[in-house]
Design a protein around this ligand. Sequence first.
Ligand code: GDP
Ligand code: MG
Length: 160
Amino acid sequence: NLYKTSTMTDAHERSFIMVKPDGVQRGIVGEIIKRFEQRGFKLVALKMVTPTRVLLEQHYDEHQGKKFFEPLLQYIGSGPVVAMVWEGLNVVSVGRKMLGATDPAKSEPGTIRGDFAIVTGRNIAHGSDSDKSAKREIDLWFRADELAVWTNSAERWIYE
Ligand code: GDP
Ligand code: MG
């Protein structure tokens, strides 16, 4: 291709998206993957793991000391999660919109939390809140060789 428009060259932003243990238990893993796939984002990495306490202390470092910190670590550490990396233009901010507000009572219908959750302490999924957080979280959860290198053949129909 002789020219690539800016949207295509900016299309390599990445976000760390995780289906939390409640999302796994309630059978919503496929639904969440489906929404990101159908939007046009590219799946770069995926694994099911039960995260260690050490990993979660790092992942949720900004919340250390808050009253919900211990319950949060118990909740996320209780069972397997599905950790993923999704790639695409503005995937961090669009991913957060797709998740909906942290408190599902304030999440719009049509969002993941707005469709499948009721309380903040069981809000189904996580998404990075900035490009910086995304890089930090992807580094924390994945080794470099776990990130797939591939070209989506539909790219030219997703980006102009
Ligand atoms: P997020 O970025 O939308 O996930 O929200 P935060 O970074 O503020 O919080 C991280 C996670 O901690 C949330 O997704 C909730 O699972 C949990 N959490 C945040 N605030 C509360 C709270 O007030 N009560 C409880 N039980 N959990 C909370
Ligand atoms: Mg957060």
